[in-house]
Design a protein around this ligand. Structure first.
Ligand code: ADP
Ligand code: MG
Length: 330
């Protein structure tokens, strides 16, 4: 029998058995969730299972948005913001865990990362081009200090030490959502996948024998990549001053605030942090953005398994020590 006949024969047998001629392929979905673009891509043979896995990822993202968005009155975070100034509030272990992780990053970064930044941050409206008047800013600044969020692990509860304290998890929640999605995919036996929520992504495995290519955007040229990174099994987070901003009198007001001043941090254009988990890379990209290139990279160099690429306010690329070989000219 000639090979072509053998192939035909096998097809006929498969069709008679009712087996669909499925082949493994990339399956993806993109949806707008958490005020950003969520993208998931997985390698899966069975189309129905592929659909189910992607739907599971998107449902998890929506669950996290519903729990931790400060813009939804019904979220657990909004409940905390309403009640914690008045005394202890019992919270879910997931929220408690995020607040604890936020606090440890605050301690690690000397307060550059601080979820109470929003005590001032809540008065900016980037879409409307509005910032708090000086007097209000000065007053609200008093309420920025991560130590004002008191945590009681024994009873899993939290309270705010001052009434004006307001918490926003925007610097860590998307990374958490990406980690949760990847955990669910791992539990389901998926070995190759990529999940991203805006600037936070995490990849699982390789791309059929090749590394995944993750680009770092040029912060001043739309659609242009400053660097391409070939990666396997890594979380990557980018924070940039181009995501949400407005300009007034030639000054750029963007969404990453220096907790010391209540004003946008301006000695960096973009920060990309690489590590094992997106929750940490997300919080650290925001942190390094606030710390600036020198202090930020010095901190990253003390953390094993974490690397960073910073584009400073002159547009110069800077790398943490482990990535320095990337900068070596050929
Ligand atoms: P995005 O992917 O939204 O651009 P980033 O990782 O760059 O996220 O973090 C920016 C977000 O972090 C802001 O939108 C705000 O919600 C929050 N944020 C801003 N400044 C701080 C800060 N100093 N500490 C913690 N969170 C912050
Ligand atoms: Mg971040």
């Amino acid at each position: 029998m000639k090979p072509v006949c053998l192939v035909t024969f096998l097809w006929v047998v498969l069709l008679l058995l009712g087996v669909p001629p499925a082949s493994a392929q990339w399956r993806e979905d993109v949806q707008d969730i958490m005020g950003t673009r969520v993208h998931a891509e997985i390698w899966e043979q069975d189309p129905a299972r592929g659909e189910r896995l992607l739907a599971m990822v998107m449902a998890e993202m929506r669950r996290i948005e519903a729990a931790f968005s400060p813009y939804l009155e019904s979220s657990e975070l909004s409940l905390l913001n309403r009640q914690a100034p008045g005394g202890w509030v019992e919270i879910s272990s997931e929220l408690f865990d995020l607040l604890e992780k936020s606090r440890s990053v605050s301690e690690l970064t000397g307060g550059a990362f601080d979820v109470t930044y929003a005590s001032v941050g809540r008065y900016y409206d980037y879409r409307a081009g509005e910032r708090p008047p000086d007097e209000l800013l000065k007053q609200a600044l008093e309420a920025i200090d991560y130590r004002y969020v008191e945590l009681d692990p024994e009873h899993r509860r939290a309270r705010y030490a001052r009434p004006e304290v307001y918490v926003d998890l925007g610097g860590i929640a998307k990374g958490h959502a990406v980690d949760r999605a990847i955990e669910l995919l791992l539990d389901a036996g998926v070995a190759q996948a990529s999940v991203s929520a805006g600037g936070d992504s995490r990849i699982l495995g390789d791309r059929r024998g090749e590394p995944w290519n993750v680009g770092v955007r040029d912060p001043r040229r739309e659609g242009v990549m400053a660097v391409m990174l070939p990666l396997l099994d890594t979380a990557v987070s980018t924070s940039g001053d181009y995501e949400r901003y407005f300009e007034a009198d030639g000054v750029r007001y963007h969404h990453i605030l220096d907790p010391a001043t209540g004003d946008s941090a301006r000695n960096t254009w973009s920060v990309t942090v690489l590590g094992a988990e997106a929750t940490l890379t997300d919080a650290l990209s925001t942190s390094v953005f606030v710390l600036g290139p020198e202090k930020g990279i010095a901190l990253i160099d003390t953390l094993p398994g974490i690397d960073a690429i910073v584009i400073d306010a002159q547009g110069t690329l800077r790398y943490s020590a482990d990535l320095a070989p990337l900068t070596a000219s050929p």
